[in-house]
Design a protein around this ligand. Structure first.
Ligand code: SAM
Length: 283
């Protein structure tokens, strides 16, 4: 694929605007149009929703989203050096791209979208990617304001998001993501596709909200998983004792075996534990 629009090639945009990549902002730009288009297609259809993109940078993925038919894109970028390049894209697609300068950790994407259905699509800056994901998954109220998240992470983080009991990568992130969403890895992207290349392989993950996640207190679930996986080699009766001296009894009441370890417990099991411990002294 040589072109998806009549804007200048991304390498030229980067040169013209002096967008040398900054490590502190997690800047690894994706310049391959086949790949940016593949990410946009994975999130399709895009015409009947507002797409929120985090960290558009020089605008490669932004352009792919617009070329793929996104009706409206709201792009949140912290690096103001990128704004002129993004303004050129906004001119090319009148009324369809709104650029918001700021820190995505502090901006409420739901408010920006003003009640319209939202899909979040991003090549996330690695230093804040996990926290952004946790914020979206733990958003107050359910179903959330977004109908899908199509996100690029380091492959190791992607594996933690989709991990199941027994997997080496299974931990707090997998429980949280699996509790409220269905998450899967769509495809990998090699380091060479980026400028500059990161040290590790990346992967695109898609998460869609579960219609009816098992009812559970988020706070209790977070505390139980933190205690259980914080000492993942220990049996639950030992690791959860820090939360309640009656841990062994509560674990049994949750229908689980006190000598099991965190990595063996599925999401329903953690929800049951959160319930029992919330009814005890946890909350
Ligand atoms: N979307 C572009 C691409 O695919 O080539 C750039 C992706 S780059 C991995 C991450 C982008 O996020 C950079 O443009 C960076 O400036 C921006 N960024 C970093 N931290 C941010 C934050 N807290 N809020 C918003 N944008 C941020």
């Amino acid at each position: 694929m040589s072109r998806i629009d009549d804007l200048p090639p991304l390498r030229e945009v980067i040169r013209a605007h002096g967008l040398d990549a900054r490590k502190s902002l997690g800047q690894n730009f994706l310049l391959d149009l086949n790949l940016t288009s593949r990410i946009a297609r994975a999130a399709a259809p895009l015409d009947a929703c507002t797409v929120v993109e985090i960290g558009p940078g020089p605008g490669g993925l932004t352009r792919a989203l617009l070329a793929a038919g996104a009706g409206r894109v709201i792009a949140i970028e912290k690096d103001r050096r990128c704004l002129p390049a993004l303004a050129e894209i906004a001119d090319r697609y009148p009324g369809r791209l709104t650029v918001v300068e700021g820190d995505a950790l502090e901006i409420d994407a739901a408010t920006l979208a003003a009640g319209e259905p939202v899909k979040i699509v991003a090549n996330l800056p690695y230093n804040v990617g996990t926290q952004l994901l946790i914020n979206w998954i733990t958003t107050p109220g359910w179903p959330p304001f977004w109908s899908s998240l199509t996100l690029m992470f380091q492959r190791e983080v992607a594996e933690r998001i989709v991990a199941a009991p027994g997997d080496k990568a299974y931990g707090r992130l997998g429980v949280l993501a699996g509790w409220r969403t269905q998450a899967r890895i769509l495809f990998d992207i090699s380091p060479q596709a980026f400028t500059p290349p990161p040290k590790v392989t990346s992967a695109v993950v898609q998460l869609v909200p579960r219609v009816e996640p098992l009812p559970c207190s988020l706070k209790a679930l977070e505390r139980v998983t933190a205690a259980a996986f914080g000492q993942r080699r220990k049996m639950l009766r030992a690791s959860l004792k820090t939360l309640d001296p009656q841990a062994e009894r509560l674990i049994e009441e949750a229908g689980l075996i006190p000598t099991a370890r965190a990595e063996e417990i599925d999401i329903a099991g953690f929800v049951a534990l959160a319930e029992r411990f919330a009814g005890g002294r946890l909350m």
